[in-house]
Design a protein around this ligand. Sequence first.
Ligand code: MSP
Length: 520
Amino acid sequence: MPKKFYITTPIYYVNDVPHIGHAYTTIAADVLARYHRLKGEAVFFLTGTDEHGQKVEKAATERGLTPKAHADSMTVNFQRLWEKLEISNDAFIRTTDREHVAVVQELLRKLYDAGEIERRTYEGWYCTPDERFWTGKEIVEGKCPDCGRPVERITEDNYFFLMSKYQDRLIEHISKNPNYIQPESRRNEVLGFLRTQKLGDLCISRPKARLSWGIELPFDRDFVTYVWFDALVNYFSAARYLSPPAGGESGPSEKEKFWWPADHHLVGKDILTTHSVYWSTMLMALGLSLPGNIFAHGWWTLDGKKMSKSLGNVVDPNEVVDTYGADAFRYFVLREVPFGLDGDFSIETFTTRFNTELANDLGNLLSRVITMIEKYFDGKIPQASSDQPSDRQLREIAAAIAPKVEEDLGSLSFTKYIHDVWALVTRANRYVEENAPWKLAKNKDLERLGSVLYNLAEALRRAGLYLAPVMPSTSQKIWDALGLEGRIASCRRQDEQAWGRTAAGTAIEAGAQLFPRIDL
Ligand code: MSP
C-alpha cells in the first residue's frame, strides 16, 4: 500500500464570506496535497465549514433564516471559491453532517463514561449581549471589557473536560517532538505558556436555554457542545466517513486506521492554542494518536492595515482571481511571505511580481522557445546533438531541484520551494542569452540551435513539473505547449524527472501568453 498523507485546513465559520486568510491556508494545503500525489502517495486533503455555535446562530437570526438554511447558503461561497482556485480537496466536511454529529456524540459519551468530563457549577460575570463570561479580573468597573455594557453575576451548571491533568504529558509531547508545533517561535510560545501557567479545565457545554444551535450532549439533553469541541473533532470524524478507501477497504474502521492521525493540521496563528492545547489533550484523553504536525501561519494585512469587514478593506480572492487568474494569486501568496510570518497584500507588490516573475521570467521564456521552435524547426522539437558546458550547467541545476524541494516542503517552506524551482527558470533565461539562438539561426548553425532549443524545452518541462503543485493550470499549459501528453497532475514525479524525456520530433502547440503583462 502506498504511503499515506493526510492534510487538513481549519473548517471555516459560515458567518462570513471567504477572504484572503481562508484562501491562504487552503492554497498552502493544496500545494502539499498535489505535491504528495505527484510522488505517488495516497492523499487525503480535507477542508470544510464550521457551522454550529453562537456566531453562526447570530448571523442566521440577523438574516431571518434558520441556522441550517443560513449555513447551506454560505457553504457554497467556500465551495465555489475552492473550485475557482483549483483546490483539489478530496472531501468537504460540514459539522452539520449527520455522520460527524454521531462521531462527536460518540466521543463525548466515551469521555464522560471514562470520567474525563465532569459537571460543575460555574460562577462568573456574564455579558448578555455578547453572550460570554468574564472573570472578576477582566471586567472593568462592573462592565464588559469588550462592549462596555453592564455584566451580571451568573451561576450556571456546565460540563468540563478535565484538561488540566494532561498538562505535563502535553509539555512532554511537545518537547520530545520538535516538529509537532511549527514554526519554532510558535512552539516556544506554547511551551512557555504551558510551563508557566496552570492549565484549567475546559468548559465544553452550553445550556440550551442560552444557545440551542449545537450538538446535544449525549448524556444531558439540556446542553449542547461548545463549538470548538465539535469543530476539532472534524479532523477525526472525516477520516472515518469522508476519506478515500484505504487500500480498497471502505469500512469506517479500516479507513480510520489507515488515515488517522493527520500528518498536518494547517491553521492560522490565532487558533493555535485551540489546536495545540484543546485538541491534543482531547486526543490524549480519548487514547487516540496525536497529529504529526500543527503549523500556524501568519496573518495578512491589506496595504499595511488590519483587514476588517467594518473598514471594508478585505481582500476578496474572487476579484483577484477573476482579474488575474488563480495561478497568479496562488503563486503570489506563497512566494511573497515565508509561511509562518505575517504578510501584506497590495496590488502594487502583486503587480510587480506578476510582471517580473510570471510574465517576464516564465511566460516570456516559454513563448520565446515555442516561437523559435516553430520558426526554425517547423514546430517540432529538435534533436540535441552537441554538449557544451552551459548545457551541463542547466542540467545540473535541474537535477538539484528534487532533493531541495523535498526538504523545502518537508518544512512547509513554500517560499523556498518556489525560489528553488525558479533557479532553473532564471538559469534557462541566462542560457538563452549565453547561447543567443537568434545568432545561431543567422549563422545557419542548425545543429547547435537544435541542441539549445531542445535543452530549453527540457528545462521548461522540468520547471512545469515542479511548479505543478503551485500553479496547476500554468504547468498544464506548459506541458501542452511542449506537446507532452496527458495531464501533468496524473504524472508520477519519479518517472518524469530524468533529463531527456522529451522526444525529438514532438509537435509543439503554440498558445496564448501564460501571463499577459498588467498595466496598472
Ligand atoms: N471555525 C474556526 C476554525 C475551526 S478549526 C477546527 C475558525 N474559523 S474562521 O473562519 O474564523 O477562521 C479560519 C482561519 O482563517 C483561521 O486559521 C484564521 O487564522 C484565518 N484567518 C482569518 N483572518 C486572517 C488573515 N487576515 N490572514 C490570514 N489568515 C487569517 O477560526
